[in-house]
Design a protein around this ligand. Structure first.
Ligand code: PEP
Length: 260
C-alpha cells in the first residue's frame, strides 16, 4: 500500500527519565541536530512534569510534545491522575495509550486502552495505541491472533471520523528495552496484519491513511531497514530517544526512505 497517504512519525518515549531542568538543553541539542525533513512528524512523549518546559523549549520548532498516559476520567476525585483536557490545555498533540509497561505494571486492559484512546480523540489530540505480543505468545505462534484482538478492542469505540487521527504502534514486548529488535520482515508482517484488520473492518480508505509505527530497540543502526518496509510508517523509540544524536539518526533514516 502506498505510503504517500499517511504521515511518517518518529516518536520518542522518554519513560521516567531526565529531569525537568534537563529538558531545555536536550531540546536545544535536538533542534540543532534535526535533519531537514518536511515529511516526518517528530514527537517527544515526556513525563507530565516536563511538559511545560519542553513546550517552551520547542517553541517555533517542528517537534510536537506528547504524553505517556492519561486518566480514563474527565475530572473529579481521582488523586494523582491527569486528564485529557489538562494535557490538551498544555498543547500536547499525542498521547501514548496502552504501552506494555502500563499494561504490565498498572493493570491497563484492552478495554481501558480503548476508552483512553476515545478520551484523547475527544480532546482533539491523537492517541498512539500500543499493541504487541510477549515472547511466549510469539513462540507459541499466537502473535497475529493476539495483536488482532488487541487492535480490535482498542479501536472498537472509535468512530470512523476519529479513526484517521489514531496512530498504532506495534511493539513486541520481547524487543522493548532488550536490545533485541524484530527483524524487518517480522515487524512488516505484523504491521501489514494490523492494516489488513483495519481494512476489513473499517474500509480501505481508513486503512491506507493510518500511520503504523514499529517500536522495540529501534536505533540509528536498524532504523533504515525497518522504515523501508511498506507498512512501517515510523517508530516509537524508548532508549534511543534519550540521546539527541541517536534520535536524530533515526529521523534521518526517514528522510533517506522518503528521498528528501
Ligand atoms: C518503548 O518503550 O516504547 C520502546 C520501544 O523502548 P526501546 O526503544 O528502548 O526498546
Amino acid at each position: 500500500m502506498n505510503k504517500k497517504y499517511r504521515k511518517a512519525i518518529i516518536a520518542g518515549n522518554w519513560k521516567m527519565n531526565l529531569l525537568p531542568s534537563e529538558v531545555k538543553s536536550f531540546a536545544e541539542e535536538l533542534r540543532h541536530l534535526l535533519p531537514k525533513t518536511k515529511t516526518c512528524e517528530v514527537v517527544l512523549c515526556a513525563p507530565y512534569t516536563h511538559i511545560p518546559n519542553l513546550r517552551r523549549s520547542l517553541k517555533d520548532s517542528r517537534i510536537y510534545v506528547g504524553a505517556q498516559d492519561l486518566s480514563l476520567h474527565d475530572k473529579g476525585a481521582f488523586t494523582g491522575e491527569i486528564s485529557a483536557a489538562m494535557l490538551d490545555d498544555l498543547s500536547v498533540h499525542y498521547v501514548i495509550v496502552g504501552h506494555s509497561e502500563r499494561r504490565q505494571y498498572h493493570g491497563e486492559t484492552d478495554f481501558s486502552v480503548g476508552d483512553k484512546a476515545v478520551a484523547v480523540l475527544e480532546n482533539g489530540m491523537s492517541p498512539i495505541i500500543c499493541v504487541g505480543e510477549s515472547l511466549e505468545q510469539r513462540e507459541r505462534g499466537l502473535t497475529m491472533e493476539y495483536v488482532r484482538y488487541q487492535t480490535l478492542a482498542a479501536l472498537s469505540k472509535i468512530p470512523d471520523d476519529k479513526l484517521r487521527h489514531c496512530v498504532i504502534a506495534y511493539e513486541p514486548i520481547w524487543a522493548i528495552g532488550t536490545g533485541k529488535t524484530a527483524s524487518a520482515q517480522q515487524a512488516q508482517e505484523v504491521c501489514e496484519c494490523i492494516r489488513r484488520i483495519i481494512r476489513e473492518r473499517r474500509g480501505a480508505r481508513l486503512a491506507r491513511s493510518i500511520s503504523i509505527l514499529y517500536g522495540g530497540s529501534m536505533s540509528g543502526k536498524n532504523a533504515l531497514e525497518l522504515l523501508s518496509m511498506p507498512d512501517i510508517d515510523g517508530g516509537l523509540i524508548g532508549g534511543a530517544s534519550l540521546k539527541p544524536a541517536d534520535f536524530a539518526q533515526i529521523i534521518d533514516a526517514v528522510a533517506q526512505v522518503t528521498g528528501e
